[in-house]
Design a protein around this ligand. Structure first.
Ligand code: OAD
Length: 245
C-alpha cells in the first residue's frame, strides 16, 4: 500500500509491541546536516577516498581529522527537529522501542532518545588504532590528535572499507528480527548491511513503513510508504499522547 502525505491514515503505535525506527541522513536533513548522496550531499563535495577511509588516514591523518572537525562544527550549529521529538516521546510510551541509526551526528541522543544503536559509530568519539583506547570528545575541535601511546587517534566511525562492529550488527539484527513495526526514515538504502534490514524485518513478520520524500531502492519492500519529510510526516502520522501524558 502506498500513501501520499495529506491523505493517509495515522499509525497507531499502541497496536505494536516492539518498534524499531531505522534512520539515515535524511532524518537529520531538516536540522541542517547535509545528506551524503542527495543535492548538496557530502560525497558530491568531498571525495571519500581522501577523507573517509583508512588509506586516506594513513596517508594524511591531519587532513582527515580536520575534515571531521569541520563536520563537528557544522553539526554543533544544528538542532534536533520535531521528528526527533516524536521518537523521544514514542520511547517514553514504549520504553522497549529502539532507534537504529546510520547517522554519526548524535542528534537522536541530543533530542533525548536513550536506546540508540549507532551502526556507523559516532562523530563524538575517537579511538586509537594501536592500543584500542576509546575517548569521548564533544567539542568543535578535537582535544588531542594523538593517543597517550603516541599513535594518531582516528574518529570512531565506520569509514568506507571498514568492517562494522560485529557486536553492534548482532544487536541491531536481533532487535529488527524481534520487531512488529519497522519504520525506515531518510535512508537511500544503498549501504550494506543496512540495505538488508527491511527484508529482515519483513521476514520476522513486522509491518514495514518508509518515510522519504524520494523513491528509494528499497521502497517496493515496504507495506506503507509516506512520501515526505521526516519533520512533517512523523508528527502527522505517529499517533502518540501529548508530552507528559
Ligand atoms: P543518503 O545521503 O544516501 O540518503 C539520504 C536519504 O534521505 C535520501 O533517500 C533522501 O531522499 C532522504 N531525505 C532527504 N531529505 C529528507 C527528509 N527531510 N526527510 C526524510 N528523508 C529525507 O544517506 P544514508 O542512506 O544515510 O556511511 O547513507 C548511508 C551511509 O552512506 C551513511 O551512513 C554514510 C554514507 O556513506 C558512512 O559514512 C560509512
Amino acid at each position: 500500500m502506498f500513501s501520499i502525505f495529506g491523505i493517509m491514515d495515522t499509525v497507531d503505535i499502541k497496536q505494536f509491541g516492539q518498534i524499531v525506527f531505522f534512520t539515515g541522513a535524511g532524518m537529520s536533513a531538516e536540522s541542517g546536516v547535509p545528506t551524503y548522496r542527495g543535492r548538496g550531499g557530502i560525497w558530491h563535495r568531498y571525495r571519500w577516498e581522501e577523507v573517509a577511509c583508512q588509506k586516506a588516514f594513513d596517508k594524511d591523518p591531519l587532513k582527515v581529522l580536520e575534515f571531521h572537525e569541520l563536520r563537528r562544527q557544522a553539526v554543533l550549529k544544528c538542532k534536533p527537529h520535531r521528528g526527533h521529538g516524536v521518537l523521544v516521546r514514542t520511547e517514553q510510551e514504549h520504553p522497549e522501542m529502539a532507534i537504529i541509526t546510520q547517522n554519526i551526528d548524535g542528534l537522536h541522543q541530543r533530542a533525548g532518545s536513550k536506546n540508540v544503536i549507532e551502526l556507523h559509530g559516532s562523530l563524538w568519539r575517537l579511538r586509537c588504532p594501536e592500543c584500542g583506547m576509546k575517548v569521548e570528545d564533544k567539542g568543535p575541535k578535537y582535544e588531542s590528535y594523538t593517543c597517550r601511546c603516541g599513535a594518531w587517534l582516528r574518529p570512531d566511525i565506520t569509514w568506507f572499507g571498514d568492517y562494522l562492529d560485529e557486536a553492534v550488527i548482532a544487536r541491531a539484527t536481533e532487535t529488527i528480527r524481534a520487531c512488529d513495526l519497522f519504520v525506515s526514515i531518510g535512508t537511500s538504502g544503498v549501504v550494506w548491511p543496512a540495505a538488508g534490514f527491511p527484508e529482515l524485518a519483513r521476514a520476522g513478520g513486522a509491518f514495514c513503513v518508509e518515510v522519504n520524500p524520494e523513491p528509494t531502492e528499497l521502497s517496493a519492500r515496504f507495506d506503507l510508504v509516506y512520501r515526505g519529510k521526516a519533520g512533517e510526516i512523523l508528527p502527522a502520522v505517529f499517533s502518540i499522547s501529548a508530552p507528559g501524558k
